[in-house]
Design a protein. Structure first.
Length: 285
């Protein structure tokens, strides 16, 4: 779903569409829809949330690639938006995607029955928490703070293993967890089932980051669609750097086992959610 809010200037709409139209696995919306399917819900009720999550994820990538952040030149196999449209337009396109996501969550699915309204409000809260200062934005702030000297020029304090895990639980894991939870909420799942899905998705988020770090060491641009080796070059703490590649792979496999245990408690160990988890751990791009 490409955003085209009424009255949106074409120059901003084009910049937003440029990043949304690029390649990518679309993990977060797929996870949302799979979660709704797994709990026996109506996929159409979860579709707006799935689209909103992709808008938010794409905004985060646009801003993450900016010179003030990671200063990257390749994303989803194409030049990053700030190289195509300029820094200012990239910032505005990201802002537009983020705000359009919440407009979409507020207006869709249509209906004023109490159950639908309650689910929508719960989803808005979950997504806002995951995307904001306690989630993704907070994780990115920690990432910047541990990679750059402070204003007095003192070197940043390196994160230990627990600090790295907490940073990525916010930066990467929070939106992945929100994707699974929102699908379950819109699917009408019981709270106990939502809790099990949330626990599994937290493991998926950690596994995704561990594998991402491994691919940053081993991958090539053509497969990844982004620049490999940039984290190591920037001196950022990664799981292979902290533990070595072999241990990092075992850690990702452990995440998958714990996720399966969590889903088993809800009778969902054979659902599409586990298939997505296996893809996360065994992917090559």
């Amino acid at each position: 779903m490409l955003p085209s809010p009424p009255g949106c200037p074409p120059v901003i709409a084009d910049a937003m569409r440029y990043s949304l139209a690029a390649g990518g696995k679309r993990l977060r919306p797929v996870l949302c829809l799979a979660s709704a399917d797994s709990v026996g819900g109506d996929r159409s009720l979860a579709m707006p949330a799935a689209c909103a999550l992709e808008l938010i994820h794409t905004y985060s990538l646009i801003h993450d690639d900016l010179p003030a952040m990671d200063n990257d030149s390749l994303r989803r196999g194409r030049p990053t938006l700030h190289l195509v449209a300029g820094d200012g337009m990239a910032i505005l396109a990201g802002d537009g995607l983020l705000t359009e996501a919440f407009a979409l969550l507020a207006r869709s699915p249509a209906g004023d029955d109490a159950a639908t309204v309650a689910r929508k409000l719960r989803v808005i809260r979950v997504v806002a928490d995951a995307a904001g200062a306690t989630g993704m934005v907070g994780g990115q702030a920690i990432d910047l703070a541990c990679a750059e000297p402070d204003r007095s020029g003192r070197p940043a304090t390196a994160l230990d293993a627990d600090g790295v895990r907490q940073m990525h639980a916010r930066k990467t894991g929070a939106l992945i967890r929100a994707s699974a939870v929102t699908g379950a909420v819109m699917g009408g799942a019981a709270d106990s089932t939502i809790e099990s899905i949330d626990a599994a998705a937290a493991e998926f988020g950690l596994a995704f980051q561990i594998v991402d770090d491994i691919l940053d060491v081993e991958g090539v641009s053509a497969d990844l669609g982004k620049t490999p080796g940039k984290d190591a070059a920037a001196g950022k703490p990664t799981y292979p750097a902290l533990y070595g590649l072999a241990t990092a792979r075992r850690m990702a496999a452990g995440c998958l086992e714990r996720a399966e245990d969590a889903l088993r408690t809800a009778g969902l160990a054979d659902s599409w959610l586990m298939e997505i988890g296996r893809w996360i751990v065994h992917r090559s791009s």
